[in-house]
Every structure is written in C-alpha cells, then in structure tokens.
Design a protein around this ligand. Structure first.
Ligand code: NDP
Length: 259
C-alpha cells in the first residue's frame, strides 16, 4: 500500500460536532474527500442540513445532519445510537464544537464561565464517552479534539479566562482518554489551531483592526488561515497514516506559539 493510500477513509463513518460551519465544516469536507461518510452534529438544524447537502453532493459520500446540543447527555447518547444504527459503527469522532466569551476574569459571571466549560469541556467529554462506548464494542477508532493554542498560552490582548481553562481541560482529558482506551484500539489526539478566519473571530476582524493586527504580528507565517486549512491534519489523525500516534497535541498556528 502506498503512503497516500494509508490516508484513505473509505468505509469509515465520522461524526463532526459543529460541522455546519467554520473549522468543523472544513474538516467534514476533508474527511468526506478522503472517503468517509459524515455526520454533522450541531444545534442549528438548517445549517447542518445545508452543509451535509453541499458536501455529499461534492464528494459522493453518504451523510446526515443530526441536530444536537452536546451539553445534553441524553441527546448525545441518542446521536450515537442513531449513527450506529444507520452506519454500523463509528470510526472517527471530531470534537470540534466550541464557543468563547471574551470577558475580563474579574468581571466574568458564573453563568458565562459555566457555559464555556459546559460546551468546550463537558460537551467534549460527553461525546467522547458515548462514542467511546461504541468504539470499545467495535474494535476502536480515532477521536480528535479541536482544542486550541489557548490550552498552553495566555491570549492577548483579548481576555478569555474561561476559554483557556476549558481548552487546558481538554488537554488533560485527551491524555487520560488516550491512556485508558489504547487497549481498545482507540487513539485520542488534539489539534490546537491558532487564529482561523471563522465566525468566532469575525467581530474582531470586522470591528477591531488593532486587535487583529496584534494577533498577526505574532505569526511567523504572517496571516490567519482559512477554516479549510485544518482538514488535512484531521484526515491524517483519522487515518491509518497516524496509526502509531496517540495522546498527542499538534499546533497548527502559523508559528504563533514559536515566536
Ligand atoms: P464557529 O463559531 O465558527 O463555530 C462554532 C461551532 O460550534 C458551530 O458549528 C456551532 O453550532 C457549534 N456549537 C456551539 N455550541 C454547541 C453546542 N452546545 N452543541 C453543538 N454544537 C455547538 O467556531 P470555529 O469554527 O472557529 O471553532 C471550532 C473549534 O475550533 C472550537 O472548538 C474553537 O474553540 C476552536 N478554535 C478556533 C479558533 C479560531 O481562531 N477560529 C482557534 C483555535 C481553536 P451551531 O451553529 O449549531 O451553534
């Protein structure tokens, strides 16, 4: 088998949380181009269905959009049951859904703190737990968490204490899951993007050129990346090409954290 063949995902099924837009949609498209059937799981039903229609038409794979709030354990369990029943088993989980509130630590309300932790950390755990149960029964798979360089660094100039704490939590979650589940053939790795042009940073790009310029000043590669830029790494971590890699975190940030 050639090295490029080891990147193929034909016959695999992938769930991508937040696959309706931004980084998640870019990853969903990349996994579909590599041959995987895809399940887009996010809250908004219309944009989820539109993403599935677009990507399956482009690539010819099967796909379905299943609306879900990843903080609701019963809904996550139902998602996994539905995908398992429709596609046989789940081979890939991309835990991508996430939010941020840019609020100074001393002004952050408990409700906002809990919302960020609920979605970015507890939601990631719930999806990993229920997909993990399916993978344990079905000879393993690959779990990829879209974390962030914020797991390791202080962001500036924007304040985002809840976000950074949640992503640091995903770092610990990944390490422990990789350790507990290696014996079941489940690999768990994190992707840590830097600044990517999505709705998450749209407000700054449109209304705060000074802050955007500060971000860009720290990048060795001089500019922000488009959401599709994360897809190739997700294909690698989903596929047999990365069979010997687990418990790792890979930054893809234009050199931001190196400078
Ligand atoms: P977007 O704001 O563009 O998209 C966020 C996604 O998360 C949407 O698909 C949204 O679905 C989904 N989502 C939010 N809450 C829930 C929930 N409770 N249940 C299900 N889905 C939910 O973000 P990005 O594409 O920028 O971010 C994707 C991931 O990448 C996040 O984890 C983020 O932290 C990370 N990241 C982003 C960076 C960037 O610069 N953009 C940098 C580093 C990391 P819906 O539309 O239905 O609400």
């Amino acid at each position: 088998m050639s090295v490029l063949d080891t990147f193929r995902l034909d016959g695999d099924t992938a769930i991508i949380t937040g696959g309706n837009r931004g980084i998640g949609k870019g990853i969903a498209r990349a996994l579909a181009e590599a041959g995987a059937d895809i399940v887009v799981a996010n809250r908004d039903a219309d944009s989820g269905a539109a993403a599935i229609e677009e990507i399956t038409a482009e690539t010819g794979v099967d796909g379905v959009a299943i609306p879900v709030d990843i903080t609701d354990e019963a809904k996550v369990e139902a998602l996994v049951e539905q995908v398992s029943a429709e596609f046989g088993s789940i081979d890939i989980l991309v835990n991508n859904a996430g939010i941020t509130y840019n609020v100074r630590a001393e002004q952050m309300e408990l409700d906002d703190w809990e919302r960020v932790i609920d979605i970015n950390l507890t939601g990631v755990f719930l999806c990993a737990k229920h997909v993990g149960i399916d993978m344990i029964e079905n000879d393993g798979g690959s779990i990829i968490n879209i974390s962030s360089i914020s797991a390791y660094i202080a962001n500036h100039p924007q304040p985002q204490v809840g976000y950074n704490a949640s992503k640091a939590g995903v770092e610990g979650l990944k390490t422990q899951l990789a350790s507990e589940w290696a014996k079941y053939g489940i690999r768990v790795n994190n992707i840590n993007p830097g600044y990517i042009r999505t709705d998450m940073v749209k407000d700054v790009l449109e209304n705060d050129p000074k802050m955007a310029a500060e971000w860009k000043r720290e990048m060795l590669l001089e500019d922000m990346a488009d959401p599709d830029s994360i897809g190739a790494l997700a294909v690698y971590l989903s596929s047999d090409a990365s069979w010997y890699m687990t418990g790792e975190s890979i930054s893809i940030d234009g050199g931001y954290t190196v400078r």
